[in-house]
Design a protein around this ligand. Sequence first.
Ligand code: 5GP
Length: 224
Amino acid sequence: MKGTQKDMRSGGLKTKGFLIVLSGPSGAGKNSVMNAVFPTIPNLKYSVSVTTRPPRAGEVHAVHYFFCSEEEFDQMLKDDLLLESATFVGYRYGTPKKFVYEQIEAGNAVIMDIDIQGAAQIKAKMPEAVLVFLLPPTPEELSKRLRLRGSDSEEVIRRRLAKSREEVKHIVDYDYFIINDDLNRAAEQLRQIILSEWCRVSRIDLDYLQQLWKGGSDLEANES
Ligand code: 5GP
């Protein structure tokens, strides 16, 4: 993880912000991979989701999730505050709109850990979003990781494993895949994807670029 970038927009060239959707079976290691990337890309911001799922040990409100009741979730939907939403293994999840729009407006990249249903909704609304699928090396390894985590009941683990088999079929709807058999390599691949996506010509603020290169500098006057 060398070559820390201070500001992805350095050099004066303004770029538009964009979304990175990270999906993959629970237990694939999405949090670990993202946490390794955040310190290396300061203009990368995390979209904290809203959920009706109860917090797991160590999860902090407004850091890992905004934990809420069914009624509060319904109200957010009614007030059109969510960019996408889905039900996953009995609980509801959604992405608050405001934060995403503010960060994109500021030229930042926003990463969100959401399931395949949410990813499809985002791609339909924002086709320029980048969809990345994180896979554990094998189903056996995934099952081992979920049991080691010790945070879910055997019934929930069973349902999450069944769900993951379904999710993997949707990998074809994604732009990139990463296999998380080695955390450092997986994090480096995610970092490279984000940095490369930042270099898409479609992300340039063209008005700014044209202004910068419109000519008429002293150097040009001397050259002619
Ligand atoms: P977990 O309960 O393990 O934190 O998350 C369960 C699943 O919900 C994961 O696949 C995760 O990516 C997904 N998820 C988390 N937040 C959101 C969200 O805001 N929207 C959607 N659609 N899925 C989410």
